[in-house]
Design a protein around this ligand. Structure first.
Ligand code: GTP
Ligand code: SPV
Ligand code: MN
Length: 604
């Protein structure tokens, strides 16, 4: 990083108990320290002993609150600044030399300008603070999928979250050896000033810089910054894919297993689908769902002509509100030990946590996410809508035995899905791979609290990657098309919509565990054991083929949410044509052809 220098000798860095002799790591730490001028450098080794002392220190300074250790062993609580509660898309930049390479969807800044600006913002901002050096691996260390990152940060909260979300420890240095390469991440809270908040990605230098935030998605640099934005660029170069997808395994009554990856935008149901508990009669027959991942998938073609996926993360940074014993008991169980809660409410009667939807009735008295006394009659939310839990994957009762597999799992199906009140049916199947890429590219979804800005606004979010693709979106579509050519046995591609609404804004599909009913249809389609009707947009189920056993639900509503309204889709096609315009000649011709077919089908 070409930061301005305040001379620090390598000897001084080494004398701070550096855990590696890797020159590139030492150089990166030296330059970061010269810039931010911390009083001290602490090398994180991943040991429980070191993490325990950091937790203790964070409690002492008030950065974290220790929760009821009988009810929630190893659990802590953290509040972010009021202005710092979600990802900030308008302050998230791709900094590559050529503006065109970032594409029309990304915010772009010239790398020289971005380094200079961030350097000025972060200069001296770690004075009086400690800089922690975190070695971490995305993926199991030693897997051909995995990649190493080093994040320097002035936040204990970041260290402790990274230690849950990634594989942190000295084995990363062993793997790097004397001159191995890694993704550089520089994070400084600075003054948590929203006017000087920047989340910068330099895909040409494998570098990330994050300043003036302390919220998860902006500062846990292994997650969206590395595992999606930088990794999407690596994947394009190296022939693989980094996707905003959950990965789940389905075990059938006869013991066979299938794996599915699904891309839904932020706060649109990935964690919930990944940890789904099937309805009773499925359980009785022997169906089981297991979680491989809930947010990110790294996907490669295997020697067998299939796509293989791993989850590069090691924990779940999940949306708290709405999580309860009924909607997602597995996620709830995962949060009962070793979890950090951020911006939920505290129940002072027993020093535990609460959020909207945890119980039907709110406790009489809480401390809300802002730290103020709260009672149910106040009409405000006790927990922030984007409040989160950071939970170790090992605490999830339905974690797949393939979670730590170095090869990952072979995919039978890829599912796209958004939050659409109208138009998009409960489920449909694409005609083939290229048409599936089209289906992903035309995704729209209503915005949620996971990013700052208005909630409920319909916007395009292709493949749920709008905020996470590190290069030109049309080239990304092209990469999907190219990947299809490399695999003889591609997964089948589907689209789902759990969020169709009735006249009074009520959801028309029960969702959650009942999504198993749709998943079953999807997997039967993969096996070719269920028929479907061909429509203007693709294959849609016959209502009779969706199992409604044990559900108080009428076929008419089901037929309504399976119906493909050609007039609406014709208007949608026109709207998509407008959206595609910004991509110009870079848009793959296959997508343009699919759009023309859609329009023609709607007029037939
Ligand atoms: P990120 O972590 O932001 O990427 O979110 P996510 O995609 O993992 O979303 P998550 O599963 O946490 O769900 C977000 C919100 O959607 C929660 O409030 C859920 O209660 C709600 N939700 C999830 N699945 C369903 C569903 O099938 N139907 C309905 N109606 N709501 C759902
Ligand atoms: C998302 O917003 O998609 C998340 C949470 O998974 S964050 O880590 O903030 O990106
Ligand atoms: Mn996400």
């Amino acid at each position: 990083m070409p930061f301005p220098l305040h001379k620090i000798s390598i000897r001084r860095i080494l004398s701070t108990m550096a855990l590696t002799e890797n020159k590139k790591v030492l150089d990166f730490v030296k330059k970061s320290a010269e810039l931010a001028q911390p009083d001290e450098i602490v090398w994180i080794d991943g040991s429980e002993q070191q993490l325990a002392s950091l937790r203790e220190e964070a409690v002492k300074t008030g950065e974290m609150i220790k929760l009821n250790q009988e009810k929630l062993p190893g659990c802590y609580y953290h509040r972010t600044a009021e202005n710092d509660v979600a990802r900030v898309e308008a302050r998230t930049f791709i900094c590559c030399k050529n503006k065109d390479d970032a594409g029309p969807i990304n915010y772009w800044m010239d790398p020289v300008e971005a380094y200079h600006m961030c350097g000025e913002i972060a200069r001296g901002k770690m004075k009086g603070r400690t800089m922690y050096v975190i070695p971490y691996s995305m993926g199991v260390v030693g897997s051909p999928f995995s990649k190493i990152g080093i994040e320097v940060t002035d936040s204990i909260y970041v260290v402790l979250n990274m230690a849950i979300m990634t594989r942190v420890g000295t084995e990363c240095y062993d793997y790097l050896g004397k001159d191995g390469d890694f993704i550089k991440g520089f994070h400084c809270k600075c003054d948590v000033d929203p006017e000087k908040r920047y989340i910068m990605h330099f895909p040409e230098d494998d570098t990330i810089i994050s300043v003036n935030s302390a919220y998860g998605g902006n500062v846990l640099l292994g997650k969206k910054c590395f595992a999606l934005r930088i990794a999407s660029c690596l994947g394009r170069r190296e022939g693989w894919m980094a996707e905003h997808m959950l990965i789940l395994g389905v075990t059938f009554p006869d013991g066979t297993k299938k794996y599915v990856a699904a891309a839904f935008p932020s706060a649109c149901g990935k964690t919930n689908l990944a940890m789904l508990i099937p309805p009773k009669h499925y359980l009785e027959k022997g169906y089981k769902i297991e979680t491989v991942g809930d947010d990110i998938a790294w996907i490669r073609p295997g020697a067998d002509g299939r796509l293989w996926a791993v989850n590069p993360e090691n924990g779940f940074f999940g949306v708290a509100p709405g999580t309860n014993e009924k909607s997602n008991p597995n996620a709830l169980a995962a949060t009962r030990e070793g979890t950090i809660f951020t911006n939920v409410a505290i129940d002072p009667s027993d020093n535990t946590v609460w959020w909207e939807g945890l119980t039907k009735k709110a406790p009489d008295r809480l401390i809300d996410w802002l730290g103020n006394p709260w009672t149910p009659d106040m009409g405000t939310k006790a927990a922030h809508p984007n409040s989160r839990f950071t939970a170790p994957a090992t605490g999830c009762p339905c974690l797949s035995d393939k979670f730590n597999s170095k090869e990952g799992v072979p995919l039978d199906a890829i599912i796209f899905g958004g939050r659409r009140a109208t138009t998009t049916p409960l489920v449909y199947q694409s005609r083939d791979w290229n048409h599936g890429v089209f289906v992903g590219s035309i995704m729209s979804s209503e915005t949620t609290a996971a990013a700052t800005g208005a909630v409920g606004v319909l916007r395009h979010d292709p493949m749920a990657m709008k905020p996470f693709c590190g290069y030109h979106m049309a080239d990304y579509f092209g990469h999907w098309i190219e990947m299809g050519k490399k695999i003889a046995n591609p997964p089948k591609i589907f689209n789902v919509n759990w969020f169709r609404q009735g006249e009074n804004g009520e959801f028309l599909w029960p969702g959650f565990g009942d999504n198993m009913r749709v998943l079953e249809w999807i997997l039967k389609r993969c096996d070719g054991t269920v028929d479907a009707q061909e429509t203007a947009i693709g294959y849609v189920p016959y209502a009779k083929d969706i199992d409604l056993e044990g559900l108080d639900y009428d076929r008419e509503t089901l037929e309504k949410i399976l119906y493909v309204d050609k007039a609406r889709w014709s208007a949608e096609a026109d709207e998509i044509a407008g959206y595609y315009e910004q991509f110009g000649d870079r848009l793959p011709k296959e997508l343009r052809e699919s759009l023309a077919t859609l329009k023609k089908n709607c007029e037939a």
